[in-house]
Design a protein. Structure first.
Length: 227
């Protein structure tokens, strides 16, 4: 795998607008991909989340969420270090756990398939509509792709992670628009805290369907915002 700096990605800063994450890109303040997904999620999903919080208790649920987020942040940093050759070490117990997970993702999900990458932790945006940060973009197993790294407390079924596919579709749609690429594949590389690796790929016509669904969600978001 090699770095190909063929695209210039914009700098950005994150800010909160009415409690929702936005990206400042150039002169625009754009809602994040996750903000739009959260605002347009189905009632069924909202109720499922509320049932989980009620079952676990609010304090415990927040603790589970925060621990997972911290573990995921460290795992991402270690993976970025693998790709850039700069390395990253965190000697805390959580850091050691995340480091092992990152090593598994790199060995099983990246090294055999990633032919070239265009950058890591990339800000991508669709002018006037939205912005986000994807972990990796490049050529994966022969196809222009968006790749995201995920950690999980337990293994996932494919039908549980449609929001991940929508995220990938959002990043790909923006990248294709701004850079005239032909990204038609999204890849989720996931490892559980117990070191179980999973790879999910969505491509071709299925990926196009997620792109259309994502644009429908963007439209719904702005209709709600404009009253």
């Amino acid at each position: 795998m090699k770095l190909n700096n063929k695209f210039i990605y914009p700098p950005s800063t994150r800010s909160l607008v009415d409690g929702s994450r936005h990206y400042d890109v150039g002169d625009e303040k754009l809602p994040s991909v996750t903000t739009i997904l959260s605002a347009t999620q189905s009632e069924e999903k909202k109720q499922s989340l509320q049932r989980w919080i009620k079952r676990e208790g609010k304090e415990r649920a927040e603790g589970i969420r925060d621990l997972a987020a911290n573990r995921g942040t460290i795992m991402h940093r270690v993976l970025e270090g693998y790709l850039t050759g700069q390395g990253h070490a965190d000697l805390s117990d959580l850091g050691n756990q995340a480091g092992v997970m990152a090593g598994i993702v790199f060995k099983e999900g990246l090294k055999p398939y990633l032919e070239e990458y265009w950058g890591t932790e990339l800000t991508v945006y669709y002018p006037g509509l939205y912005a986000g940060a994807t972990d990796l973009a490049g050529v994966y197993n022969g196809r222009e792709s968006i790749i995201d790294f995920k950690q999980s407390n337990k293994p996932k079924k494919r039908e549980w992670i449609e929001d991940y596919f929508l995220q990938l579709a959002a990043y790909a749609t923006a990248h294709n628009w701004v850079y005239n690429t032909q990204i038609d594949q999204g890849v989720v590389l996931m490892c559980t805290k117990d070191n179980y690796f999973q790879k999910f790929e969505v491509q071709g016509q299925e990926f196009q369907k997620y792109m259309w669904e994502w644009l429908r969600r963007v439209d719904a978001y702005y209709k709600a915002q404009n009253g």
